[in-house]
Design a binder for this molecule. Sequence first.
Ligand code: AGP
Length: 372
Amino acid sequence: SAAEKDGYDYFMLKEIAEQPKAVADTLLGRIDAQGALHLDEVRIPAAVLREVTKVVVVACGTAYHAGMIAKYAIEHWTRIPCETELASEFRYRDPILDQRTLVIAISQSGETMDTLMALRHAREQGAKVLAICNTNGSTIPRESDAVLYTHAGPEVAVASTKAFLTQLVACYLVALYLGQVRGTKWGDEINSVVGELAHIGTEVDTVLGTMEPVRELARSLADKDTVLFLGRHVGFPVALEGALKLKELAYMHAEGFAAGELKHGPIALIEPDLPVVVVVPSPRGRSVLHDKIVSNIQEIRARGARTIVVAEEGDEAVVPYADHLIRVPATPTLLQPLVATVPLQVFACELATARGNEVDQPRNLAKSVTVE
Ligand code: AGP
């Protein structure tokens, strides 16, 4: 009903707007005033976490994109090797797991069969499973050794938005917590990132306040067939997520690429007027990557593509090559997905509306996929 949507036309719009609160709620009570992390609810003793030799993240769809970002965070802050795998592929390749493997299963619904089968397989091999889940008491957390709940509140729209942002927060918390209990050399960086995380909800709110030009741009692209998305480092999964949203909602051909792969094939797709969204890493943190992606933008623009550039506030190097510039607040590199994904959600939602599609219930899709 209209009342349930709080005055928004679609649940998806309501859920996009709820993201600052969802993010803040997921952080609540988990970081103390001194910036120490408290995840006592994750009932895996610190002693066990100190012995972990490998982390494997399993998930599907949007949750898998959160898992891809988790890999960057976990390896950087903990130095534990981490791999992220599509839950539907995981058990079929006979993965190597033992008692010192920590498997993280990410699922909004907690009922996704592919993810459930992956975690059952992991536990049969003796691995410890930590669920990151948004639905209290659902099957995935019930069958896991431990759970860290995301506090996004109920997500009704089939296309996941607020659950994704809170999955990211939960992944950062787990990565930072593992770093904290294992006492990595990144202690100072961990402290400063924890400080930034604490007010990241405000940054998400800032992004939401600047979305009108993004909606206008989306409407102007309503008759296009294809949109490409490029990113590097954690911007790569963001590009994949932007493309997935557009497929689900606008039924358009949308593909995400790692920008470094462009020259290995996808650049052949570039043609005049093709919209290409580029997620640009901060010029501060990973400046080498920033320079490389700026040359990618130049290359595709020289071939006539219409460049839609998502870049942090103050990044002037991208300005000459951006046909459309979408600004996001400057954040530490690893946290950028929390702000950079939001314009892509708004973009897909508006494009779907402009194409006359059903936003909350896209064709052929179910909110939770309970078959393998
Ligand atoms: C996201 O927009 C999708 N509808 C879908 O990819 C979803 O993220 C995936 O099916 C996983 O669902 P889960 O988080 O409930 O396990």
